[in-house]
Design a protein around this ligand. Structure first.
Ligand SMILES: [Zn+2]
Ligand SMILES: [Zn+2]
Length: 406
């Protein structure tokens, strides 16, 4: 066995975050899990034919259910933190126009690549083996649609092809409002991923809606419970997160992604995606009044700091927007609770970001003048504050000091 391999195995089975006892307990859970691998899950894992044995073994070791077989307990976990578990929507309900053919997608992507070859700031991000790679030839991603390479899959992420996919052609279907109310839809983006591409466990900075265009994928999703977010936070900065912590996450689901259905990936849910059949994928994101709760958990756990703080501003800006949506859309307590629960983090951020702080202060001042702010009991539970909620909130949770200096 080459030394590199030994080290990988060592890392996998000794997660730093667990004591030996915990590890034993979890191994026992894992053994019993293996014998009751759901048939639905087993069928989905057959899609991994051609992947190396260790990937298959890894996925078999993770407690998962399909969307059809989700238990009441797991449903509860998801609903408590995200109001819904991930839902599928018929793709034809998501198109506001004729979707492009595979050939049109391929040709338009080739054109985009050739037009941006000499650009120092290309309109896509290239990944090789799951890592950002600024040097790799982007055309390889297209060549690998025809001839996939399990050792070196190259994918392109975050580009647009406005000639064949105008800005708002892909959108949240109306029936989504049964589960979550989408606002500020946007950020339409394409990905091209050949077979064997893998995305390690991560969270996205918004509520997501994704649809395969010709590709087939397996998506593993875990709810953003405190336990799961803490596990992810501890694994941050390390590779192979799915192998390190996948087995220890609760509420795991697996689903396949095809062109027939779009999937809502709730904000703050931890997910990992494996491409079993190469092709394209289109995504948009949005926020909902209920997103405030997820942003609050993510900020409290410090997960806005991941990926070199790439999306940190996005997290804080969208946090305010989602609270504003909550306050304006009959979710007052959820909005207040989300703010109060992450107040330490918010105060720290506000100190260094006066524009952000002013925006927040304005929002709360407007709310505290509204009739909806009467007779509220602050979730901090401080005794004797019920009759003076407005003063109490102003004193503890908004940053008047900065406001006065304006
Ligand atoms: Zn994602
Ligand atoms: Zn309070």
């Amino acid at each position: 066995m080459p030394p590199q391999r030994v080290q990988r195995e060592h890392r996998r089975y000794n997660p730093h975050s667990l004591t030996e006892d915990q590890d034993q307990d979890l191994k026992a859970t894992h053994d019993s899990q293996e014998s009751i691998l759901q048939n639905g899950v087993r069928r989905l894992l057959e899609g991994l034919d051609g992947f190396d044995e260790s990937t298959k073994a890894l996925l078999e070791s993770i407690p998962l259910s399909t969307l059809d077989d989700i238990s009441e307990g797991d449903k509860n976990l998801w609903e408590q933190v995200h109001t819904t578990y991930p839902r599928l929507f018929q793709s034809k309900k998501c198109w506001g126009g004729q979707p492009p053919t595979d050939v049109a997608l391929f040709l338009a992507t080739m054109k985009m690549i050739s037009e941006s070859k000499s650009s120092s700031n290309p309109p896509y991000t290239a990944f090789c083996r799951g890592e950002i790679d600024g040097e790799v030839d982007p055309s390889i991603a297209l060549a690998q649609l025809w001839s996939p390479d399990p050792a070196m899959p190259v994918s392109l992420v975050g580009f647009n092809l406005p000639e064949i996919l105008p800005k708002t052609i892909f959108r949240a279907p109306e029936e989504m409002s049964l589960y979550i109310e989408p606002f500020e839809e946007g950020n339409q983006q394409l990905l091209v991923t050949p077979t064997y591409s893998k995305t390690d466990l991560h969270i996205d900075p918004g509520e997501g809606l994704s649809l395969s265009l010709g590709s087939e994928k397996l998506c593993l999703l875990f709810p953003g419970t405190k336990h799961n977010l803490d596990m992810l936070q501890k694994a941050e900065g390390q590779k192979e997160k799915l192998a390190r912590i996948g087995r220890y996450l609760e509420g795991g689901l697996i689903t396949n992604m095809t062109s027939s259905h779009a999937i809502h990936i709730p904000l703050g849910s931890i997910h990992s995606v494996l491409t079993t059949n190469g092709g394209f994928l289109i995504t948009i994101d949005f926020i909902a009044p209920t997103s405030a709760k997820s942003y609050s958990s993510l900020l409290s756990t410090g997960l806005d700091r991941v990926d070199g703080r790439r999306y940190q501003n996005v997290y804080f800006d969208r946090f305010i927007s989602s609270i504003e949506l909550a306050l304006d859309n009959n979710r007052v307590l959820l909005g207040i609770d989300s703010w109060v629960k992450s107040s330490d983090r918010i105060e720290e951020w506000a100190g260094g970001h006066p524009t952000w702080s002013r925006k927040a202060t304005k929002m709360w001042n407007r709310f505290l003048k509204s009739p909806e702010s009467k007779n509220i009991l602050c979730p901090c539970g401080e005794p004797g504050q019920s009759q003076f909620f407005q003063e109490h909130f102003k004193c503890h949770y908004i940053f008047e000091r900065l406001d006065r200096h304006r």
